[in-house]
Design a protein around this ligand. Structure first.
Ligand code: NAD
Length: 465
């Protein structure tokens, strides 16, 4: 952090220039190189699982199981899915040519963008650095990874290991916070992939605009969980509690609040209380499976929200350990602080609405969420939510899990983000799809299109075009 500005920005420029040069040599283009990188990354995750589990525990108090399922194992699955299909995804695609241009052949070819920047946040500091990296490498790019300074142990582990196992000419890790990222953002990249909050998303997009660099913005927001009275409330409560309180609520797609329709409100309260006790025991502070808030700033921000409703369960906190109990608040005013901004912590407000019309009106009056969840037994309600709301994703019956379906693009819309990734969609994000048209030169069948345009030619051209 103490590196002088001049030296630091020279360092950023040198790193990017080195990778750009490597890209021009074509070393990252062969499919064999790409697969070798993905296999090396996979091996690293398997062989150094303990290192990453310890780092995640140090940064976020993550349990080993959660660290594996949501970060290490998740990334391994993304690699396997990509490795299995990469040859197919990279195959050029034939495209039909209109009669007027024949004989000719047309196809699309994917090409790497060049040198790309991945900026990742602290909440899933391994997954959100490596899943984009998988896509960027599969597409044949050189990559600068900038992990979050708020997860320093994971950042250090990535900075140590990635250059050792991946091609160091093509992959660099730059650690640091705002000054280091600002220096990187001054450089010209061929794509910037940013995961984090919308305020910094705007900083990233502004910097990218100077070089006309395309961006992917994976942002957050308030993801509602609509609960209807006819649903199985006990199961709904367990799933909402699972999605909300994993990683102590610090999950971009976690249900931010419950929108309880009609009678569902009172039922869901008691079921949530029971579900939390079932998962984390009478004293969640003693549970090895319950995480901690990332730092004091977020702890203070979150504890200030605890008074914004009637405490159904939880409410306890301990600043020295950055612990906040899994908390459910009821009778929450939609205008209160806890409902104004993304909570991003273990506090779950319940807002009552009289019917589905009111729930839909509540959702559509606000920013488009990253995810919308609904727990309902009604097919009609599902169809209405699909047709009448907009969100990055819509999931019925389970929160958070849609991002583990590699065929589904993961991303937001409007305030929740721009662009998407995972699986083949990552390849789309990190490649340019180039159009290739090949028309043989001999026998000039295009003569009819050349001036001078006689009346006969004009008639023919109008028919052909
Ligand atoms: P963060 O503070 O770690 O910031 C993210 C990255 O931005 C870091 O690498 C950081 O160094 C960099 N950064 C911070 N300030 C900067 C600045 N002024 N200029 C340039 N770079 C800067 O993480 P965060 O933003 O607190 O993350 C939480 C947010 O991210 C939440 O809103 C959450 O919903 C969202 N999120 C979204 C996804 C998704 O996939 N859509 C995933 C996780 C988190």
């Amino acid at each position: 952090m103490s590196t002088p500005t001049g030296t630091r920005s020279v360092g950023a420029a040198a790193t990017v220039s080195r990778l750009r040069t490597a890209h021009t040599t074509g070393r990252t283009r062969p499919t064999a190189w790409r697969k070798a990188q993905l296999r090396a990354l996979r091996r690293l995750l398997v062989e150094q699982e303990d290192v990453f589990v310890s780092a995640l525990r140090a940064d976020l108090g993550k349990s080993a199981v959660e660290a594996y399922v949501t970060e290490i194992g998740f990334t391994i699955k993304e690699i396997d899915h990509t490795l299995r299909r990469l040859d197919r995804w990279l195959r050029p695609r034939r495209v039909p040519v209109p009669l007027s241009l024949q004989p000719a052949r047309a196809r699309t070819v994917r090409e790497p963008l060049g040198t790309v920047l991945v900026i990742s946040p602290w909440n899933y500091p391994l997954q959100l650095a490596l899943a984009p990296l998988v896509g960027a490498l599969a597409a044949g790019n050189c990559v600068v990874v900038k992990p979050s300074e708020l997860a320093p142990a994971t950042s250090a582990a990535l900075a140590h290991w990635l250059p050792r196992v991946l091609d160091p000419a093509a992959v660099a890790v730059v650690e640091g916070g705002v000054p280091e990222t600002t220096d990187l953002l001054e450089q010209r990249f061929d794509h910037i992939f940013y995961t984090g909050n919308g305020t910094v998303g705007r900083v990233v997009m502004t910097a990218a605009a100077r070089h006309l660099t395309p961006v992917t913005l994976e942002l957050g927001g308030k993801s509602p969980a609509v609960v209807e009275p006819g649903a199985d409330l006990a199961t709904a409560a367990r799933r909402i509690a699972w999605g909300k309180f994993m990683n102590a609520g610090q999950t971009c797609v976690a249900p931010d609040y419950v929108l309880a329709v009609g009678d569902a409100a009172s039922g869901i309260e008691s079921h949530l209380t029971a579900a939390i006790r079932e998962m984390y025991g009478d004293d969640p502070a003693a549970s090895a499976d319950y995480g901690r808030v990332v730092d004091e700033r977020h702890f203070d921000r979150l504890t200030a929200l605890l008074a914004d409703g009637r405490t159904v369960t939880g409410g306890g906190h301990d600043r020295a350990n950055r612990y906040i109990a899994p908390t459910v608040l009821a009778d929450v005013d939609p205008g209160s602080g806890v409902m104004r901004e993304e909570i991003f912590g273990p506090i779950l407000p319940i807002v009552r609405v009289p019917d589905l019309d009111a729930a839909i009106a509540f959702i559509t009056a606000r920013d488009k969420p990253l995810a919308l969840y609904a727990f309902t037994a009604s097919g009609r309600s599902k169809r209405r939510l699909v047709a009448e709301t907009s969100s990055g994703a819509l999931a019925f019956g389970v929160p958070n899990a849609h991002l583990t379906v590699p065929g589904l693009p993961f991303g937001g819309v409007g305030e929740s983000g721009l662009g998407g990734y995972h699986g083949r969609h990552s390849l789309d994000t990190f490649s340019h799809t180039k159009s290739v048209l090949d028309k043989p030169l001999p026998a000039d069948t295009l003569r009819v299109a050349y001036p001078p345009f006689t009346a006969g030619k004009a008639r023919l051209l109008r028919r052909l075009t």
